[in-house]
Design a protein around this ligand. Structure first.
Ligand SMILES: O=C(O)/C=C/c1cccc(O)c1O
Ligand SMILES: [Fe+2]
Length: 321
């Protein structure tokens, strides 16, 4: 068993509302280094914790967590559509491990995923089907949400399952950090949006284009200083990054849900995917963060961060004496 980690923000605005070319080049370089790190590690399985944005998980049936035993990308924001290469046996092993640890995960034999899963796969691999994966959905938008510490418990249970596998496993966390793009909220939405949040699976191409066009326009306004959206919060992002890379989970995941929203905006709950990924790595023992990047990028509506880490090698016999 050997475990490595990559956590990264995602943003469907990448390529659709880019910042200054120097910033884009910098992020491309960081993601290129993360890809090199992953290539060196050569994972045999990728366990990816990701959110959804009312594409695959709607209020018709909203679990807190769901393990995919088969999964398909919906192809939002022009991203590739089609099946992921899911390792079904590993998905069942992980589900059993989580359930016996008392973490009530749902499971799906037909999971639909959006940019929250697809983008990190494309950052790190040739295509969405290049590597065997187990996608694990964490609800980060559809209120009411459970406490953030449940994501740590999920990550620990997943960590135990992958620790028992005789394979090189990469864990990925996708989302965050501070950001508040215009993802609708059921309690505040007009009737037609409520209907979409409950039963709006598989929109027509026109419906999808309208919705995505609105987000691109909103990101352009935000980047030009519109006060209609909550500001990014680099100080909070630094605190979250520092806590997770040091393994001080409680500083973040023992906070009330309101704290995430007040400090980082509604979509800051996406750091739950990072909590789960770091908890899965921490379950293997001490780890070392290999790289950490952060930049607030309003054009992408994101406090954008990427980290890589891996378990420390076991001490040699002379070191352990
Ligand atoms: O359009 C959506 O549903 C979400 C867009 C978005 C924008 C910026 C950062 C993110 O994490 C997003 O999911
Ligand atoms: Fe997101």
């Amino acid at each position: 068993m050997s475990v490595a980690l990559c956590t990264t923000s995602h943003s469907p605005l990448i390529g659709l509302n880019d910042p200054d070319p120097a910033v884009r080049t910098e992020v491309d370089r960081v993601l290129g280094s993360a890809r090199d790190f992953v290539q060196d590690f050569d994972p045999e399985l990728v366990v990816i914790f990701g959110p959804d944005h009312y594409n695959g998980f709607l209020y018709e049936m909203m679990p807190s967590f769901c393990v995919g035993a088969a999964a398909t990308s919906v192809g939002d924001y022009g991203l590739p559509k089609g099946p992921l290469h899911v390792d079904r046996g590993a998905a069942y092993d992980i589900t059993r491990s989580a359930l016996s640890a008392g973490v009530d995960v749902a499971m799906s034999e037909d999971m639909q995923v959006d940019h929250g899963f697809v983008q990190p796969l494309l950052f790190l691999f040739e295509s969405i089907s290049s590597v065997p994966v187990v996608p694990i959905f964490i609800n980060c938008v559809a209120e009411p949400l459970g406490p953030a510490i449940r994501s740590r418990r999920l990550g620990q249970a997943v960590g135990r399952a992958i620790g028992a596998m005789d394979r090189r496993v990469l864990v990925v966390g996708s989302g965050g950090l501070s950001h508040d793009p215009p993802v609708p909220r059921l309690q505040e939405a007009p009737d037609e949006v409520v209907e979409r949040l409950i039963r709006g699976r598989n929109p027509s191409p026109e419906q999808r284009a309208t919705r995505e066009g609105r987000t691109v326009a909103a990101a352009a306004e935000f980047a030009h200083g519109s006060q209609a959206y909550r500001a990014l919060n680099p100080e909070w992002d630094a605190l979250v990054l520092d806590s997770l890379v040091r393994g001080n989970f409680g500083t973040v995941d023992e906070q009330p849900n309101e704290w995430f929203v007040e400090e980082g905006g509604h979509s800051a709950h996406e750091v739950r995917t990072w909590i789960a990924a770091y908890a899965a790595l921490a379950e293997q023992g001490p780890y070392t963060v290999r790289s950490s990047f952060y930049r607030a990028i309003p054009e992408w509506f994101a406090g954008f961060a990427t980290t890589t880490a891996s378990s420390n090698p076991p001490p040699t016999s002379s070191e352990s004496k």
